[in-house]
Design a binder for this molecule. Structure first.
Ligand code: SF4
Length: 239
């Protein structure tokens, strides 16, 4: 199964509280942000809604095929959570999601025109929504598994996305992922540093399986320098 899906904008729409929290501003009940910040947020959101074209590509992959993709060019950390998760998954799919080129060009143009405040806010809004793109991919995949009659999908099944560049999966793993999935079909390319162009894109593997396959302790050597520790939040969300 390989699919290209236009994601409804509502699925990835940003929200002021989430974007401002990501920028380090305290969430309610703290004092509301200054009027100037709220106004910038609304201008950025308006541009985002006008210029984004959220698109997803996904393709099934077997455990054996993914083992090759994950190996990449041998630069992963010696021990990673994902290498223990994917062999226990009941289903796997590679995915890539993008907001498209227009919103990225607008950010660039605003910054080039020294409109730093709006450029920075549009960048934050777009990053926030790109992350929501991974959640949208997660939902689409679970729906496909539930409706397609492919194996048993019961209440204990959870889907989580895992991406190159995080938690010991080296960013160069993008190369093998792209060779298999071919996200160029929706306009995403890789540059020499393995970054995606358009920049507001996200890729990875969707692992579906019993909730327990996603549980792990975050005591890997690389966790020491991890600021987000967002694996904890993800595990709580699916529990
Ligand atoms: S603590 Fe950070 S690096 Fe470690 S597994 Fe969690 S998200 Fe990944």
């Amino acid at each position: 199964m390989k699919k290209i899906i236009n994601i409804p904008i509502d699925k990835i729409k940003p929200d002021a509280a989430g974007v401002l929290k990501m920028q380090g501003m305290p969430p309610p009940p703290a004092a509301p942000p200054p009027w100037r910040v709220t106004s910038l947020y609304h201008s950025a959101e308006e541009l985002f809604l006008k210029l984004s074209a959220p698109t997803l590509i996904m393709a099934d992959i077997t455990i054996e095929q993914f083992a090759e993709v994950f190996k990449g060019n041998g630069r992963n950390e010696p021990d990673t959570p994902l290498e223990k998760i994917f062999p226990r998954a009941s289903h796997l799919a590679l995915f890539a999601f993008t907001l498209g080129p227009k919103v990225c060009l607008e950010i660039e143009e605003l910054l080039n025109a020294h409109n730093f405040a709006l450029g920075y806010m549009l960048d934050a809004v777009s990053s926030y929504s790109t992350d929501k793109g991974a959640n949208a991919a997660q939902e689409v995949y679970l729906d496909l598994l539930s409706s397609g009659g492919r194996g048993q999908v019961d209440d204990s099944m959870r889907v989580l996305p895992y991406s190159p560049g995080y938690c010991g999966w080296h960013i160069s793993g993008q190369q093998k992922l792209f060779e298999f999935l071919k996200p160029e079909e929706i306009g995403i390319h890789l540059n020499k540093s393995f970054l995606m162009v358009p920049l507001k894109s996200i890729s990875g593997v969707l692992a579906a399986g019993n909730i327990e396959i996603h549980w792990f302790k975050n005591n890997y050597p690389f966790c020491v320098s991890c600021l987000s520790k967002n694996c904890r939040e993800r595990i709580v969300q699916i529990s």
